[in-house]
Design a protein. Sequence first.
Length: 243
Amino acid sequence: MITINLKPGHKRASTGSALAGVGAQLKGLGQKIKDPYRLGALALGLAWLGYVGISQMAITTEIADLEPKLEQSRAENQRFRAFLGEKRRLESVRDSIQAQIETIRTVDGDRYVWPRILDEVARAVPPYTWLTDVQTLAITPPPVTDTTQKAPEAPPVMVTINGRTVDIQGYTRLLRQLEDSPYLQDVTAISANTVLDQNRAVTAFVLKATFQKNRPSAANRAEQEQATDNPAAKQTAVAQRED
């Protein structure tokens, strides 16, 4: 396109780019604003706008990077929530089973006392020795004075064993075997007298023992046997504890 200047003395406007026009306007604006404080405020405003734009871009990029981590955390939260719910359910089942076991143990606590006692006594009887009577000793439990506190435990079951033997060694063997029983403790000889039975001299004896509900472990029985077999070592251990 050809442009003809019909007014002499006027220069033809140069055709430039839009950026050149903007630059010219800014340059003209800078020439118009001679106050340095205004120029400083304008520069500060432009710097602030640039900082806000850069910060917004950085925050947008960071949010985009955190989105996958957020989804992963939500998935783990759901998984752990289900795991905790299952854990609470299993704990509830465990507590219920333990309560049922305690109830059954309370009901069956004294059911097999006498079969156990008779079994242990019969196992301990040596040859040429027989029993005439096995009875329980009645023990009165302590009275309950305060109902707000826990009820006292039931007293232990104590029995007396009456028997006879034609061999005094059989009597001592019976005492030793009763003491070795894991369910009988505090075996004590009450009396031992010589009497006539069908014109024969025999030894009539009376023993007392206490039934132990909770069977001791093998380690505890070994320690008890070691302390019984070696009283000197037991006294030494007691002296060391006292020191």
